[in-house]
Design a protein around this ligand. Structure first.
Ligand code: PLP
Length: 362
């Protein structure tokens, strides 16, 4: 077995103990005589798997009892439509914070369903930091405020939770979910596609405060109705069974290493190693403003597109894969989610030093 350090933004690395456990159980799960992939989602074995996954997630994230946990399909992008469909009916209005590409897409999608405005953006600065949002910027009759907590493509993260008063705050946390503790009670809704930091692609997590349910637009497809999903314990139809099972293994793994406090400590240690190196030299430039730096996605450039290209290709040969930045921004991006070991980041920093030495700029 020769596993590489995979810096992909998503789908991305899963913890090795999780993959090994899934492999050991792949053909025959427990006493069931079959694979989890082959099980009826209504069987007692599977019921136990999904119930335990939810219970473990509630425990590690300390999700308050007045929040529902839903396992849905369609990725975070489907939630871009679910959010207005489930929440905008109250006043017909919603306010969006646009801090990168995904929040831009969410904003665009929501415009189909009501009076939707962008109240803050850092587009004019190429999204190199997150906007400052204060309560007075939000329309008092907005049904909700939408934000993206960690901007996967630009490598920025909110270093604060915007105060929206009584207006529910909805956060796309696809690329930072379960990377550190969050105060769930500060949000009306948190959602996340699984394939960045939680599980294989196919399942989308939605955590929604109960009082926000039951107000869907009439046009909402049943499959996108949070209330219906909640009433059916995410089993209105066949859920993405296997992806939920792997998510459950990931939650177990986080518990076993000491929960989200420990996870945060490990993630900070990795991110600091990389940012400290970036700050110590001038061959590479980290374009993100310091107070907006993401702990999960670290972006940097050499300032020379040909060198950037060479960097990504030589790094791949050295077992450091998928360091090319997003196609829309170029440069490099190291996605260092929960499953990336410290050694992977240490090896990357050593590689960066070598590369800078061997490729002097003209
Ligand atoms: C990847 C990503 C998305 C899109 O997720 P899909 O599951 O592919 O729809 C949305 N938001 C953020 C923050 C992401 O990182």
């Amino acid at each position: 077995m020769n596993r590489v350090f995979n810096f992909s933004a998503g789908p991305s690395m899963l913890p090795l103990p999780v993959l090994e456990k899934a492999a050991a159980e792949l053909v025959c799960y427990g006493e069931s005589g079959m694979s989890v992939m082959e099980m009826s989602h209504r069987s007692p074995d599977y019921e136990a798997i999904i119930k335990k996954a939810e219970a473990d997630l509630r425990k590690i994230m300390q999700i308050p009892d007045n929040y529902k946990v839903l396992f849905m399909q369609g990725g975070a992008s489907t939630q871009f439509a679910c959010v207005p469909m489930n929440l905008i009916k109250k006043t017909g209005k919603a306010d969006y914070i646009v801090s990168g590409q995904f929040s831009g897409k969410a904003f665009k999608e929501a415009q189909k369903y009501g009076d939707v405005v962008c109240v803050a953006t850092t587009k004019e600065d190429n999204f190199d930091h997150v906007p400052v949002v204060t309560k007075d910027m939000i329309r008092p009759d907005a049904s909700y405020v939408h934000m993206c907590f960690n901007n996967t493509i630009y490598g920025t993260k909110f270093d604060y939770i915007p105060d929206t008063g009584d207006i529910p705050l909805v956060a796309d946390m696809s690329s930072c979910i379960i990377s550190e503790p969050v105060d769930v009670s500060k949000f009306g809704v948190i959602y996340a596609g699984a394939q960045k930091n939680m599980a294989p692609a196919g399942v989308t997590l939605v955590i929604v405060r109960e009082d926000l349910l039951g107000n869907v637009l009439d046009c909402t497809p049943a499959m996108l109705d949070w209330q219906l999903m909640a009433e059916n314990d995410s089993m209105y139809n066949t859920p993405p069974c296997y992806a939920i099972y792997v998510a459950g293994l990931v939650y177990e793994w986080i518990e076993s290493i000491g929960g989200l406090d420990k996870m945060k400590e490990m993630n900070e240690k990795k991110a600091n190693l990389l940012y400290d190196y970036l700050d110590s030299q001038d061959y590479y430039v980290a374009p993100v403003k310091k107070n907006s730096r993401s702990m999960m996605n670290v972006t940097f450039v050499t300032g020379d597109a040909d060198l950037d290209k060479k960097f990504a290709s030589e790094a791949a040969k050295a077992g450091l894969k998928n360091l090319k930045g997003h196609r829309s921004v170029g440069g490099m991006r190291a996605s260092i989610y929960n499953a990336m070991p410290y050694e992977g980041v240490a090896k990357l920093v050593e590689f960066m030093k070598e590369f800078a030495k061997n490729n002097p700029k003209k």
